[in-house]
Ligand binder design. Structure first.
Ligand code: ADP
Ligand code: MG
Length: 244
């Protein structure tokens, strides 16, 4: 009920003898913010490649009830296009004329606090700003479901916190459904309604946790006892089999 995305017993491998996902199942409901957390190489980005149709040779069933917008792990901004021209690309790809696309992009760049950067080139932006532009480009696809692949993992700690707060506000305002990949437990706790954990040697979602916080939350809420307890439970699950 109300599901916008369903993975039902999906198995997938790039090479014949190495399963990346085995009978992997999960669902995402309309309006939810769900994170997938797991160590590098466990198959997180592969889930997005399957959802966006980049990989097609899988077993099981994948259902998408709404259009999805995909923000890949690397920002992939074109260096020869300005911020506005990069952002408008999503619209141009759907057949909107470049001039109209740019006007529309400018409106949204302004709404997302990027008005002063419209005519700059990617090389003149900080990492956080590049990620914002990349997010606006994904947002402009108009898709109600956004797939965000580790958007903040390359940022320094302070910028990362600012960007999480920025994203959180945007999500509350725009009521998007978000599937968010990260390997940062605090980030997942701060942003999500639900966290799905993938482990080092697993081949799918090992466990799901509901974040015991209301939608309107503050960073201090991460210090609540029940949240700290959940943080350690997730950390333990993630790293229990890693030999130090
Ligand atoms: N195109 C590919 N061909 C072969 N193996 C791949 C390919 N892409 C990813 N892999 C392998 O699949 C595994 C999962 O990759 P990925 O989904 O990118 O992991 P994550 O996003 O969790 O870091 C890794 O072991 C990776 O080396
Ligand atoms: Mg990845």
């Amino acid at each position: 009920m109300n599901e916008v995305l369903v993975f039902n017993r999906v198995s997938f491998s790039y090479e014949e003898d190495k399963l990346i996902l085995q009978d992997c199942s999960f669902t995402v409901k309309k309006g939810e913010f769900v994170s997938i957390i797991g160590p590098s190489g466990c198959g997180k980005s592969t889930i997005f490649r399957l959802l966006t149709g980049l990989e097609k040779q899988y077993r099981g069933a994948i259902q998408l009830m709404e259009k999805v917008g995909y923000m890949p792990q690397r920002d992939l901004l074109f260096p020869w296009r300005t911020v506005a021209e990069n952002a408008s690309l999503a619209l141009e790809c759907t057949g909107v004329k470049p001039k109209k696309a740019k006007e529309n992009a400018l409106r949204y760049l302004e709404l997302f606090g990027l008005a002063d950067y419209c005519n700059k080139y990617p090389k003149n932006l900080s990492g956080g700003m590049r990620q914002r532009v990349s997010f606006v480009r994904t947002f402009l696809t108009g898709a109600p479901v956004l797939l965000l692949d580790e958007p903040f993992s390359a940022l320094d700690a302070i910028t990362k916190i600012k960007m999480q707060e920025w994203l959180y506000t945007q999500c509350v305002n725009w009521k998007k459904t978000i599937l968010f990949i990260t390997h940062d437990v605090e980030e997942a706790l701060f942003l999500s309604d639900r966290i799905m954990v993938m482990t080092e040697r697993g081949t799918g979602i090992a466990h799901e946790f509901i974040v015991p916080l209301p939608r309107q939350r503050m960073r201090e809420d991460l210090q609540r006892t029940e949240v700290l307890r959940l943080k350690y439970e997730i950390l333990q699950m993630l790293y229990q089999r890693v030999a130090l």
